[in-house]
Structures are given as structure tokens and as C-alpha cells.
Write a protein that binds this ligand. Structure first.
Ligand SMILES: [Zn+2]
Length: 462
């Protein structure tokens, strides 16, 4: 076919490059050649002479090129409930918001997904995820709505199909009207996997099985969810060890801590990643390392909800895969991942390891390769290497905000949020000069405001 013979190349030159490969290879001034969906070559100096079918040649002077950022934990629907219950801890914040969340419908979720995705993509996210676990009866096709929004934005996407079936009457935290039945949740999750999960190299949409948390999910749903995921060959995701209150809940209800509870229900393993993992003792961290269970570190959300500081330096030293997460924007109103590089570094330096906690390169690795690892996609994305997918970002570092910082990775992580001149997902442009190419930001802003107001009206009348 003509298409395969006529490979199309994009050449990017004169930029600093942080590959985030196994050796942390960097080039002060180098080139990246993209051929169709993949990285063909990269290195120091100018691109090789004589390349054919070059459709675009970019002089990226003043820029740093990195792998695209990978978000590993989010709840898109929360985009329309930002700025509420602003001075609460996790459990009080959840109890305050559950009644509103239980009134969401498909147009609301669609607008919220667009808002969440737009904010992240504009800031260099090329792989997004949504942990969606609120499915009110008759609310429409919520999973389809978020998947359509991600496709429209042009980013790679994992939908973690969540669920809750332990309500107040069973000793759980959510109100009875906000949960599904065990059978209903499992059947809907399996149908979502069958309809949307693409296991192939370069997939744009994948699905994970994702019961919400120990305090909102029955032990049976945890167990059967793990069995379902393994039968289908998809990944597992949940919240774990987020707060001291959760730890107490597990000890009272199950007679063990969260990590032992996860182990007893089949929830430790290299196909599992868990959000937060703030309250982990040495043996919890050893269990995660031994089983290669991944962690989505969400520093801003953990600070917003006064949850604590996750022991990321200890996890990394033990060999636990760690990525970064925005978390839902009801507990991280900025909704940005590139600023989480900085927040991860700063917040971890307030912990036990002080200035040795994390450096700029480690923070960049958390947001790229670490994220690819916990999503099970490290062979495809997360670092810039020949043969991998061309998911990459050109950060503009030659303006007032960064120009006087000599080291580009230091500028990106320690400095102000850097503008994105170009982001590619599988070689396809998603952002150019700070603007999203496939959607209109102002339209999305109007739609999300209207849907937030509609939800607030419905919730007030409930
Ligand atoms: Zn969360």
C-alpha cells in the first residue's frame, strides 16, 4: 500500500532533550525524528542528512523535549464540583459531596471530562486516565461519554471503570442511593471492558477494573473484581492507604490494615496500581515492592485534604513503581499535572528525607516513565527511545519565566509552569503554541460552567 511506503517524518532540532530512558540520557542540543506514529531516531546535534518525506521540520531552539506526561489518577466528573468543602479532611469532604455527585448525568460528565482533559492536555499530558465510580441509575452512558471526550481531545486514555456497593447500611461511607449492586457493578464493568478495551500496541483506549476504596466497596466486589480483571487480562486500580481514618476503618471492620486487606482480596500484584498510599509502614512498602504493585502519587490532593505525605523516596528505593496523579479536581482545583512535578518534589522535601527526598530528574521520571509503568505501558510510552510511540512535549523555556535558569530540567520542574509549544500523541499534534487543536477551550469553559450550575440547582432541590 502507498501509505506504508510513504512514511511521513517530523524532524525536531536544536532543542535540549531529556529522554528519561534507563540511563537518564540527555542532550544539551539535539534532534528527534518522528516517523508516522513512532520515534525513529534521536541524539545529539542536527538530524541526519538525506531524510525523505519530511513533512515538517521544527527549529526548537529554546525548548526542552521530554516524553509526554502520563496522569495515573483522576476523577473527571469532579470538574463541575470544584471549590466546594474546601476546609475538610477526606471523609468529611466525601460525606459533604456524595449527595451532589449522586445526581450527575451524561451531559454533566461529558462536559466535566472535556474540562479535565483540556486542562491536562494543554499542560503536556499525552496519556490521561479517569477513575469513574459514580453511576446513578438512569444517568446515561457515562463511560462512553468520557471515552468520547478523550478521543476528541486526541490523547491516549485509560478508563478505570469504578464502582461502589458498600453504603451506610453496610457500614460504608457513601449514602445508600449513591451505590450500585455487586452484580450490577461487575456486569457493567465487564461490558465496558468488552466494548472499549484495546490491548494492542499503541492503543488509544484501555479499560481497568477499579472498585473505589475499602470504605465504599464490599469485600466480595474487591475479590470478584480482581478475578474479573485477571480473566480479561486488564489492570486493577483503586484508592489505598489514603488517610489515618481509612487505616482505622480497615482495622475496625476487617481486623487488619489496608495493605493486608488488599493482599487478602487479591489486590497486590504487578497488574495493580493504587492511588495515594500515604500511610504505609516499612512492611507495606516491602509488600508493594515484592509484588511490583504500583502507586499513583497525588501530592496536591494529599495536601488539600490534609491526608499526609506519601513516602515516595522510600518506595523508589525499595523498587515500587510510582507515577503521578492529579486526583479529582474537587480536591485539586488546578487540574494540572505539570505543576505536580514541582509539588511532588517540594512536598516530599517536607518529609523525613528533607533535601535528599527527590531531585528534578526523579520528579520528571515520576510524571513520565513512572506513570507509563503503573499503567502497564512502559514498552510503548514514558521515555524517548527509537521504536516507542511519538508521545512527546516541547516545553518553551526561553521566556521571562525560565530563560535565566541554565539547566532545562531544573527550569521545568522548579520553575513556573512552562508553556507547551507542541505536544504530539502518536506523532499527531494535540497542542500548538499553548492552544488545543481539536477542541475550543472557551466553548468547554462555558459548557462546564453551565453544567456545574445545573448540577448545583438539582442538588439544592434534592
Ligand atoms: Zn481519587
Amino acid at each position: 500500500m502507498a501509505a506504508s511506503a510513504e512514511v511521513q517524518r517530523i524532524v525536531i532540532e536544536n532543542c535540549a532533550i531529556a529522554t528519561v530512558d534507563a540511563g537518564d540520557t540527555e542532550h544539551a542540543s539535539g534532534h528527534v525524528v518522528v516517523a508516522d506514529h513512532r520515534i525513529e531516531s534521536l541524539g545529539a546535534g542536527r538530524a541526519p542528512e538525506g531524510l525523505e518525506n519530511v513533512v515538517r521540520r521544527i527549529d526548537a531552539t529554546g525548548h526542552l523535549v521530554t516524553p509526554g506526561l502520563v496522569n495515573t489518577h483522576h476523577h473527571f466528573y469532579q470538574w463541575i464540583t470544584r471549590g466546594l468543602a474546601t476546609d475538610h479532611n477526606l471523609f468529611n469532604w466525601l460525606v459533604a459531596l456524595y449527595p451532589t455527585w449522586a445526581r450527575i448525568d451524561e451531559p454533566m460528565v461529558s462536559a466535566a471530562a472535556q474540562g479535565s482533559l483540556a486542562m491536562m492536555a494543554r499542560g503536556g499530558v499525552t496519556t490521561a486516565m479517569d477513575h469513574h465510580y459514580v453511576f446513578p441509575q438512569g444517568s446515561g452512558d457515562l463511560s462512553g461519554a468520557v471515552i468520547r471526550a478523550a478521543r476528541e481531545m486526541g490523547v491516549r486514555f485509560t478508563l478505570a471503570r469504578g464502582s461502589m456497593d458498600r453504603s451506610e447500611k453496610d457500614g460504608g461511607l457513601p449514602p445508600d442511593f449513591a451505590v450500585e449492586t455487586l452484580e450490577g457493578a461487575l456486569a457493567a464493568t465487564e461490558a465496558t471492558v468488552d466494548e472499549h478495551h484495546d490491548p494492542s500496541f499503541g492503543a488509544m483506549t484501555q479499560v481497568a477494573v477499579a472498585p473505589c476504596s475499602p470504605f465504599s466497596v464490599s469485600t466480595e466486589l474487591m475479590r470478584q473484581g480482581a478475578e474479573l480483571a485477571r480473566r480479561k487480562g486488564v489492570r486493577l486500580h483503586t484508592h489505598g492507604s489514603e488517610t489515618v481514618e481509612e487505616e482505622q476503618f480497615c482495622k475496625e471492620l476487617f481486623g487488619m490494615g489496608p495493605t493486608e486487606y488488599f493482599e487478602s482480596t487479591g489486590w497486590l500484584g504487578e497488574d495493580v496500581w493504587m492511588a495515594h498510599c500515604v500511610h504505609m509502614n516499612d512492611s507495606d512498602i516491602a509488600a508493594f515492592a515484592r509484588t511490583k504493585t504500583g502507586v499513583a502519587h497525588c501530592p496536591s490532593s494529599n495536601a488539600r485534604l490534609a491526608a499526609g505525605i506519601a513516602r515516595v523516596p522510600d518506595m523508589l528505593a525499595a523498587g515500587v513503581p510510582v507515577g503521578l496523579g492529579v486526583d479529582g479536581t474537587a480536591s485539586n482545583e488546578s487540574g494540572e499535572l505539570h505543576t505536580e512535578l514541582r509539588n511532588a518534589l517540594l512536598i516530599n522535601r517536607l518529609g523525613a528525607h528533607r533535601e535528599a527526598a527527590l531531585n528534578a530528574r526523579q520528579a520528571l521520571r515520576l510524571g513520565t516513565y513512572g506513570g507509563a509503568q503503573v499503567l502497564g505501558r512502559a514498552a510503548e510510552i514514558g521515555s524517548l527511545e527509537p521504536g516507542k510511540l511519538a508521545d512527546l512535549v516541547l516545553w518553551k523555556l526561553d521566556t521571562l519565566a525560565h530563560a535565566s535558569i541554565a539547566d532545562p530540567v531544573t527550569a521545568l520542574v522548579f520553575g513556573a509552569a512552562a508553556p507547551v509549544t507542541l505536544s504530539l500523541v502518536g506523532g499527531e499534534p494535540v497542542v500548538e503554541n499553548g492552544r488545543l487543536l481539536h477542541v475550543d477551550e472557551d466553548d468547554i469553559a462555558r459548557a462546564t460552567r453551565a453544567e456545574a450550575q445545573r448540577l448545583a440547582r438539582i442538588a439544592a432541590g434534592a
